[in-house]
Design a protein around this ligand. Structure first.
Ligand code: MTE
Length: 177
């Protein structure tokens, strides 16, 4: 069976220029290593806050690299160069606004500025794309909130069967009626 691949995209001008160590991408990898019990491999990218670069990276990870899940970190705020949600929406066939709603709700328990993140999620072909804020602290909080629904979402779009460590994330799959 082919290995499950998960795209991890750090969107940051400074990290992509090497002026700043990428902490977001490694934080996503650490969380997923804790949470997933199936074999998988990360396909990591660090790119600037340029909408066309974000779009082409998402397309490549979904269409060419075969990633069933692509997690972005950064570029979700209100600043002029924050365009990750726009790029996500531009490449997705359909949007899943519940992801952003839940992640903002959970993040509000930690910071009132959670409402500044426009993070969202969507489907491109057989891939689920999920945006996270750039702050490493946000990554675990947001992923813990949405991960229970991710394996079933990936099932529904024809992706591989993701399994989780129940002590970290309990994947919910509705019983067939
Ligand atoms: N969510 C959590 N859980 N923790 C945080 O520290 N920071 C907020 C928000 N969401 C934050 C958070 C802030 S200050 C901003 S500006 C937005 O995410 C957007 O961050 P981004 O532009 O790095 O994506």
């Amino acid at each position: 069976m082919p290995t499950i691949r998960i795209g991890i995209v750090t969107v940051s001008d400074r990290a992509s220029r090497g002026e700043y160590e990428d902490k977001g991408g490694p934080a996503v990898v650490t969380f997923l290593r804790d949470a997933l019990s199936c074999d998988w491999e990360p396909v990591a990218r660090v790119i600037p806050d340029e909408q066309d670069r974000i779009e082409s990276t998402l397309k490549a990870l979904c269409d060419d690299e075969g990633c069933c899940l692509v997690v972005t970190t950064g570029g979700t705020g209100p600043a002029p160069r924050d365009v990750t949600p726009e790029a996500t929406e531009a490449v997705c066939d359909k949007m899943l606004p519940g992801f952003g709603e839940l992640m903002r709700q959970v993040s509000l328990r930690s910071v009132p500025t959670a409402i500044l993140s426009r993070q969202t999620a969507g489907i491109r072909g057989k891939s689920l794309v999920v945006n996270l804020p750039g702050k490493p602290a946000a990554i675990r909080e947001c992923l813990l909130a949405v991960m229970p629904a991710v394996p079933y979402c990936v099932d529904l779009i024809g992706g591989p069967f993701l399994t989780t460590h129940e002590a970290v994330v309990r994947a919910f799959r509705p019983k067939p009626s």
